[in-house]
Ligand binder design. Structure first.
Ligand SMILES: Cc1ncc(COP(=O)(O)O)c(C=O)c1O
Length: 336
């Protein structure tokens, strides 16, 4: 077993740096006042230096290091037609001189918009597959074989880039926030984040264990039940701990994730999400997206109203990006 500071050091050495960290930590005094406390801060991971920002940048620094070590020159990635992750993989591939190949699930739209438009501008090879299923993996492997046969070295990225290998991205993000608070002579009581595949939350929770801090991480699931989300987070966090020989273990009791804010379903906007987006924009001038961060903000607002936090707690809202999707909701949002 390796001691915790050596684990963190090893993680820092493992990545390739291309996405411009640290991201800013900003106080949100007007939102704090509007909601009647606690002390709210925002961690601007929407300002990571890749595409239009987002949490995937932290994960991809690890994934691309692995790809480069394996001599890859072609990155094959997948996701929904509007996948933030697929777009960021394509963007990182261009930055590192590799060819981006995407398999997007869903029908090809008549008009390219949002992330799909960015994929196009990045010159990614775009393949559409109508539905999810085992045939997706088969299709990705077939593409990889074709590229290999042409003399390339392809690297296949799983959806969401959420594997134990990429979890250190958010372990180091936790360390970044803790240091930013130390510089202010303060401590972080809570972190609030979105939980999709759970990779982000897995890194943050593992980070609290490795750093030995009391910060509690609270996730808003956007599709999985809280039981499934917790299981994914625990598996990814412990998978990462094993990779690095770390002497820590994350259990389901260490994970706090709520599924009450999924409401009508993944990607479906409702009035609470619209109000949360509007409140953030009109108090702090910061935009949230309807699919991920908007739902996490609904949770934050609800938890404040229900007295979940103490008035003097320092609460950090992790803004994980996703803004390319904002204008896809123009019809719903213009009726605000
Ligand atoms: C903008 C945004 N925020 C949050 C998440 C959730 O992150 P994770 O899958 O690591 O839970 C995603 C995942 O796609 C995302 O695109």
């Amino acid at each position: 077993m390796v001691n915790n500071s050596l684990v963190l050091q090893k993680m820092r050495k493992q990545k390739t740096c291309f996405a411009g960290f640290p991201t800013p930590l900003q106080p949100m005094p007007r939102l704090t006042e509007a909601l009647g406390g606690p002390n709210l801060y925002v961690k601007r991971d929407d300002m990571t230096d890749l595409s239009f920002g987002g949490n995937k940048a932290r994960k991809l620094e690890f994934l691309f290091a692995d790809a480069k070590n394996k001599g890859a020159d072609t990155m094959i990635s997948t996701g929904a037609v509007q996948s933030n992750c697929a777009c960021m993989v394509a963007s990182a591939a261009r930055r590192l001189g590799m060819k981006p190949v995407l398999v997007l699930v869903g029908p090809e739209p008549a008009v390219y918009d949002g992330n799909l438009l960015l994929d196009k501008l990045l010159g990614a090879e775009i393949n559409f597959l109508e539905t999810y299923g085992p045939h997706l993996e088969e299709y990705m492997n077939k593409l990889a074989k074709e590229y290999s046969a042409k003399g390339h070295t392809p690297y296949v990225v799983s959806a969401g880039a959420s594997v134990p290998l990429t979890v250190p991205g958010y372990v180091l993000a936790l360390q970044e926030v803790v240091s930013q608070f130390e510089a202010l002579n303060k401590t972080v009581d809570y972190i609030v984040c979105t939980c999709g595949t759970g990779g982000t939350q897995a890194g943050l929770v593992l980070g609290t264990k490795l750093l030995g801090v009391d910060t509690k991480v609270v996730g808003a699931s956007v599709f999985a039940s809280k039981e499934d989300a917790s299981k994914n987070i625990v598996e990814m966090a412990n998978g990462c701990a094993r990779l690095y020989g770390a002497d820590v273990c994350v259990g389901v009791d260490d994970v706090v994730v709520f599924d009450d804010y999924i409401k009508e379903g993944y990607g479906v906007i409702n009035n609470d999400v619209k109000d949360a987006i509007k409140l953030m924009a009109q108090t702090e001038g910061i935009f949230l997206d309807p699919i991920y961060t908007g739902k996490a903000m609904v949770m934050l607002i609800d938890k404040i109203k229900k007295g979940y936090f103490k008035k003097d707690d320092n609460v950090v809202f992790f803004h994980t990006g996703g803004l390319a999707a904002l204008c896809l909701y123009r019809d719903e949002l213009s009726k605000l």
